[in-house]
Design a protein around this ligand. Structure first.
Ligand code: ADP
Ligand code: MG
Length: 285
C-alpha cells in the first residue's frame, strides 16, 4: 500500500468514527469494582448444537484466569463471543462496567482495549523483532497521526518496555523468522502489548513450547497481571497451566465448572472432568 492510500484510509476511518461517535464508540473503559470482564449466561448454538450453554465468567483487573478443556469444548467459541466474531443467542458480555461488547464490532472491541492472540503466531517473518513492534505500535489508533514519522521518544520507550516484558531485549535486531517457536509467540504477545490492551485473551499460547520456553512464558504472564492487566488463558493441556494461577476452571460441552484449586485437585480429578467422566452437573463443581 502506498503512503497516499494509507493516509486516505486513515482519513476515511477518522471521518467514519466521528460520524458513528455515539456514546459507545471511543468510550474509555471503566473498571468499577475491579472487574475487567463480565460474561453472563452466554448461550450460542450452531445449527441446533449448543456450543456454549449458559456460560458465565468474570475476570478481575490484575487476574490471570486459566481455563482448561478438551477439543470441541467451546474454548475458541468463548473467545469469539468476547471479541465480537460470533454473536450469542442470549447472555451479556461487558468489558469493565460500562462497555457492552455485544453492541460493538470486532475492530471496535480491539480498539476498546481487548487484545486477542490466536493459536498460530502471525509475526512478520522478514522483519526484525523491533520492526514488528514498531508496526504494531503504529497500528494503534492513538498514534495513527505519526504513521509516516519517525518514532518519538515516548514510542521508543514503549517498544523498549515491551521488549523487556517479552524477554527479547537481546533480539531486537534479529529477523523474526529466525526466532524459536516460543520467541515468536512472545513477540506476538508483544505486538498486542504495543497497543496497550487492558484485557488479553490467549488461545493455547503455550502449545508447542519446550519446558524452558513454557517457564519463561509463565514468568511473562505473571508480570503482565502484576502490572494490572486481566488475562484469560485457555489451554487443552493441564501441564501448561500448573503454577500460573490459584484457580483453574474446566470447560466441557459449553459449560464452565467452578474453581478448582490446582494445589488441591489431583490430576486424576481434573483429567476425569476433562474427559467427561465427571461431567454430570454437580460433580464438576
Ligand atoms: P475448542 O476451542 O474448545 O476446541 P470450539 O469452540 O472451537 O472448541 O468448538 C466448540 C464446538 O462448536 C465444536 O463442536 C465445534 O465443532 C462447534 N463450532 C464452533 N464454531 C462453529 C461454527 N462456526 N459453526 C458450526 N459449529 C461450530
Ligand atoms: Mg480452540
Amino acid at each position: 500500500m502506498t503512503p497516499e492510500l494509507m493516509a486516505a484510509g486513515a482519513k476515511a476511518l477518522a471521518e467514519h468514527r466521528s460520524k458513528t461517535g455515539s456514546v459507545i464508540v471511543g468510550e474509555e473503559v471503566y473498571f468499577g469494582q475491579g472487574v475487567a470482564l463480565y460474561v453472563d449466561e452466554i448461550t450460542v448454538s450452531f445449527d441446533g448444537f449448543r456450543a456454549l450453554n449458559k456460560l458465565s465468567l468474570t475476570i478481575d483487573v490484575g487476574e490471570l484466569r486459566c481455563i482448561i478443556g478438551p477439543n470441541g469444548a467451546g474454548k475458541t467459541t468463548m473467545m469469539d463471543i468476547i471479541t465480537g466474531k460470533t454473536r450469542p443467542d442470549s447472555g451479556k458480555v461487558f468489558f469493565g462496567s460500562n462497555i457492552d461488547l455485544l453492541r460493538l464490532s470486532e475492530p471496535q472491541i480491539a480498539q476498546a482495549g481487548v487484545g486477542r492472540k490466536f493459536q498460530k503466531p502471525t509475526v512478520y517473518e522478514q522483519l526484525s523483532v523491533f520492526e514488528n513492534l514498531e508496526l504494531a505500535l503504529k497500528a494503534d489508533r492513538r498514534v495513527r497521526a505519526a504513521l509516516f514519522h519517525r518514532l518519538n521518544g515516548e514510542q521508543m520507550d514503549r517498544i523498549g518496555e515491551v521488549l523487556a516484558l517479552i524477554h527479547l531485549q537481546d533480539q531486537a535486531q534479529r529477523t523474526a523468522g529466525l526466532l524459536s517457536h516460543g520467541q515468536k509467540q512472545w513477540l506476538e504477545i508483544g505486538m498486542l502489548l504495543a497497543q496497550d490492551p487492558k484485557l488479553l485473551l490467549l488461545d493455547e499460547p503455550v502449545a508447542g513450547m519446550n519446558d524452558v520456553e513454557a517457564n519463561e512464558m509463565g514468568a511473562i504472564f505473571r508480570q503482565l497481571v502484576a502490572d494490572g492487566m486481566a488475562v484469560l488463558l485457555i489451554s487443552a493441556d493441564l501441564e501448561e497451566l500448573v503454577g500460573l494461577s490459584d484457580t483453574i476452571r474446566v470447560i466441557l460441552r459449553g459449560r464452565l465448572s467452578g474453581d478448582f484449586d490446582p494445589d488441591v485437585v489431583t490430576r486424576d480429578q481434573l483429567g476425569a472432568a476433562m474427559t467427561g467422566a465427571a461431567a454430570d452437573e454437580g460433580t464438576l463443581r
